[in-house]
Write a protein that binds this ligand. Structure first.
Ligand code: GUN
Length: 308
């Protein structure tokens, strides 16, 4: 079997296209388009790339976007005061503080920052109020990655009701909300993690398998029930030649990317899984574009709720 590729890029485009008229309506009502404030602290290279993509996508959608850059040496009090200012700034419908924050800000810095974001502007869905609403299946903002996965499943007409969904990973921003959203779609849900006994056997029970671990090519064919729908949330950069050669031994085009750029992207799912799965999200071009599309959708919705 060769898995059908689930084209996240195309679905993300569809989602963004559907936002166009809603952006125009907000503009009519508020006299400005939906607008997002992004806070970026320090100069983490991966965050720079993510933020650049978010800025470009927002601009392309005709939305307002403001980037507040703070130096890596900023104090937590400074970050909190920026968030507080944006909470009260009527020009912004959504606030996003790019994660991770520099380690120097302390262990619970992110929690303090996300605790402070006004839930009405929490378009990332990271605040505890948003998390509670997701668990209780109430109106609110779900984190963009799991929300994007649900959009993809719905639009690809993949049935969830009565299916066994296995989520590998228990993070607050992907694994836990993913499990809750799948549960609300009437799947039977198992969450696996690093302490799960016989992880491959447990994963193999999944009709739908979501990999959100953050380890390159971790999910090999022995984790996958033949014909399963496999959703790869990971985006890992492989920078060592021997790793690239091991993972992409049978994929010369991907090795060519490594040779040209000195790195190549791989998900949490090993490419060989394509021979076992029934459907699979590619990396790149799967879940990644959906995450940003859902950020835009959440921002538009925040603006609509504010303009009612
Ligand atoms: N870092 C990596 N992904 C994300 C995201 O979706 N939102 C925020 N705020 N930070 C991130």
């Amino acid at each position: 079997m060769t898995a059908t590729l689930l084209d996240g890029k195309a679905v993300a485009q569809q989602i963004r296209d559907e936002l166009t008229s809603r952006v125009a309506n907000v503009k009519k009502k508020l006299g400005r388009p939906p607008a997002l404030a992004i806070v970026l602290v320090g100069d983490d290279p991966a965050s720079e790339v993510y933020v650049r993509n978010k800025l470009k996508t927002a601009e392309d959608a005709g939305m307002g976007v403001h980037l507040e850059r703070l130096p890596g040496a900023t104090t937590l009090a400074d970050v909190l005061s920026v968030v507080e200012r944006f909470n009260h700034d009527a020009r912004f419908d959504g606030i996003l503080v790019q994660s991770p924050l520099p380690k120097t800000l302390g262990k619970d810095a992110e929690q303090q920052v996300f605790d402070l974001i006004d839930p009405a502007k929490d378009v990332d869905g990271f605040s505890p109020i948003s998390a509670g609403r997701v668990v209780q299946n109430r109106e609110g903002f779900a984190p963009c990655t799991p929300a994007g996965v649900i959009e993809l499943l719905v639009r690809a007409k993949i049935q969830t009701e009565g299916k066994h969904a296995v989520v590998i990973g228990r993070s607050d921003i992907v694994g836990k909300p993913m499990a809750a959203l799948l549960l609300h779609k009437n799947a039977t849900v198992t969450i696996c993690h690093s302490r799960t006994r016989d992880l491959p056997a447990m994963a193999r029970e999944g009709d739908i398998l979501v990999a959100a671990i953050g380890r390159a090519a971790f999910v090999t064919p022995e984790f996958v029930k033949p014909g399963a729908v496999v959703i790869d949330v990971g985006i890992n950069s492989v920078t060592k030649l021997e790793d690239a050669q091991r993972i992409f031994a049978r994929y010369p085009d991907r090795l060519e990317v490594f040779r040209k750029r000195g790195s190549v992207l791989v998900g949490d799912v090993h490419p060989d899984v394509a021979a076992t799965a029934g459907a699979l999200t590619p990396v790149p071009g799967g879940v990644g574009p959906l995450t940003i599309a859902m950020l835009m959708a959440n921002t538009v919705r925040a603006a609509e709720l504010r303009s009612r």
